[in-house]
Design a protein around this ligand. Sequence first.
Ligand SMILES: [Zn+2]
Length: 178
Amino acid sequence: MVMSKEKALIEIRLAGLAQGTHEFDFTCKAADFADPALAGAGFSRDVSVNVSVEKLDGEMIVTLNTSATANLTCDLCLAPITSELKGSYRIYYGYEQAGEPQEERDEEYRLIDRNTLALDLTEDVRETLLLSVPMKVTCKDNPDCRVFHQEKLSEPGEDHLPDSDWQESLEKLKNKYR
Ligand SMILES: [Zn+2]
């Protein structure tokens, strides 16, 4: 990857940021991420990102909230669906101490230098967008699709045997001893 001196797409300036909670809003285009996976997932329009940075004594908590329109397809009837997708992701940053082993505990816990000037969240926002795509997509206002839903629901259950079976046996038994 080529290091660019250009400002990152989603960047938080940390220099001079006071302790406390700070909110940042970004609006960009899905195409700005230059990622074919985003286009493939149906993102082609505006992307809104809200970033909340909670700067504490020993750590920093960054919460991302994404909102973007995606062009999806119904899993059942293949009708096109336009849906507003919301995603959320939280990252904990701990400040690096000199001499301390620099080991990351997990993906959401990262070490950061106390003098870091800016935080590039472009990659995290990109992943949050991809994670906001639902596993199952079905349309709601399409009557043709609803018929299909109902057909699926009214499938006869196999474990539901009619009660008449044992009643019939009982009648036969009664007749036998009459
Ligand atoms: Zn459908």
